[in-house]
Design a protein around this ligand. Structure first.
Ligand code: ZN
Length: 341
C-alpha cells in the first residue's frame, strides 16, 4: 500500500479566518438546524453494513450517535427528518467564485488530488497515456475544480455529475467543455447508468442516504475499475468539537454530516465492494480547527497580544502538530485509492 502523509495548510488559512469572523452567526444557524434532528425516529439499521444498529450510544454536541459494532461506521442514532439537511446549507459553503479564485482553488486543492491519484497509479504500473484515454467520472463534481484539473492534464472527455444545478452551471462556465451535468437521482443509479474506468467522489459518500446500496452497485463494476474518494473520519477535530460547543463545528457537525467514517469502516466498505485499497493520503484540518477555537476563546487582551506576537510560531507549531496527527492516523480526513479485484 502506498501511503502519503500531510499537506501544507496555507491554502485553508484564509478560509479559516473567514470562519473565525463569522463564527457567532454560523454557530447560531447550525444550532437551529441541528435541533430538528432530535425529532427523528430511532435508526434501526446501520447505513453502511445494513446490520441492526447496535453499539453504545454517545452524545456529540447534544445529538445521539452510535458506532456500529459490525463495521465501525458512526451515524446519528436517530433518522434525520425528511428534507434534512435544511435547504441552502450547502450553497453557503460553496460560494460563486471569480475565474481567478476558481483557478486558485483548483491549483491549491484539486490539482494536488489529481497528482496524488496519477502518481499512485503510475507507481502501480499504469501508464499516463492509458490514464488519459480512460473514461473518468466525478460524482459530486460541484463547481468543476477537479474536472478542470482533469482537462488540464489531458484526460479525454471527463464527465461530472452533481445534484445542484447552480453548481453545474458554474462548473460549465469555468470549463473548456460542458463536462458537468445535473444528476438528481440516488448515487447507486449513477453507477448503474454511467460506466467509467475511474470513478471519483471527493467528500460525497458521507452525504448519501444509502451507502450500503452504493457499495452493492460498486461491487458490480468490472475488475480493474478504479475508485478514488475522500471522506471525513472521526479524528482529533471531532474531539475538540466536543469541548468548544459554543462555536461552529466543521467536521461532525450533525448539520451536513450525520454520519462519519472510521479507518475500520473504510476498510469494511472497500471489502464489501470487492475493491483493494492501493493508496491512502492522510491529512486533515484539525490544526486549523484548533487555531480557530483557541483564537475565538482565548480573548483576554494579554493572550490576544501574545498570540498575535507569536502568530507565525503558533501556525508553524500547529503545522508540525498536524503532521504528527496525520502520521498517527488521528487527522480528520482520508483520501483513498482503490481498484476492483
Ligand atoms: Zn455497520
Amino acid at each position: 500500500m502506498n501511503l502519503r502523509y500531510s499537506k501544507p495548510s496555507a491554502a485553508i488559512l484564509s478560509e479559516n479566518l473567514k470562519l473565525i469572523q463569522n463564527d457567532a452567526g454560523l454557530h447560531a444557524q447550525q444550532a437551529a438546524h441541528v435541533r430538528s434532528l432530535l425529532e427523528g425516529s430511532p435508526r434501526t439499521s446501520c447505513l453502511l453494513c445494513n446490520s441492526n444498529l447496535a453499539g453504545e450510544e454517545f452524545t456529540h454536541r447534544g445529538i445521539p450517535y452510535r458506532c456500529c459494532t459490525v463495521c465501525n461506521h458512526i451515524q446519528t442514532s436517530v433518522l434525520p427528518p425528511a428534507g434534512y439537511p435544511v435547504p441552502g446549507t450547502f450553497s453557503t459553503i460553496y460560494p460563486d467564485l471569480s475565474a481567478e479564485d476558481f483557478n486558485k482553488r483548483k491549483t491549491q486543492i484539486y490539482q494536488p488530488k489529481l497528482q496524488w491519484i496519477i502518481e499512485s497509479l503510475t507507481a502501480g504500473g499504469y501508464n499516463l497515456d492509458r490514464l488519459r484515454r480512460m473514461q473518468w467520472i466525478e460524482m459530486g463534481c460541484g463547481a468543476g475544480y477537479f474536472l478542470s484539473a482533469l482537462l488540464d492534464q489531458g484526460i479525454r472527455g471527463p464527465r461530472g455529475f452533481d445534484a445542484d444545478a447552480t453548481l453545474v452551471k458554474q462548473a460549465n462556465t469555468h470549463l473548456s467543455m460542458p463536462a458537468a451535468q445535473v444528476f438528481t437521482d440516488a448515487l447507486p443509479e449513477l453507477l448503474q447508468r454511467y460506466s467509467a474506468d475511474v470513478y471519483v467522489a471527493f467528500f460525497l459518500l458521507e452525504h448519501i442516504a444509502e451507502p450500503h446500496r452504493f457499495l452493492t452497485m460498486l461491487r458490480a463494476c468490472p475488475p480493474g475499475t478504479i475508485f478514488a474518494f475522500s471522506v471525513p473520519v472521526y479524528g482529533f477535530s471531532c474531539i475538540i468539537e466536543q469541548i468548544f460547543t459554543d462555536n461552529w463545528a466543521r467536521n461532525l457537525d450533525s448539520e451536513v454530516h450525520t454520519q462519519i467514517y472510521t479507518d475500520e469502516s473504510i476498510v469494511f466498505a472497500m471489502r464489501q465492494a470487492g475493491f483493494d485499497i492501493i493508496a491512502e493520503w492522510i491529512f486533515g484540518q484539525d490544526g486549523s480547527d484548533l487555531y480557530r477555537y483557541v483564537t475565538l476563546n482565548a480573548k483576554t487582551p494579554f493572550t490576544e497580544k501574545f498570540l498575535h506576537r507569536g502568530c507565525p510560531g503558533f501556525l508553524n507549531a500547529l503545522e508540525a502538530f498536524q503532521a504528527e496527527l496525520d502520521k498517527n492516523r488521528l487527522s480528520d480526513q482520508r483520501h483513498v485509492l482503490a481498484v476492483k479485484r
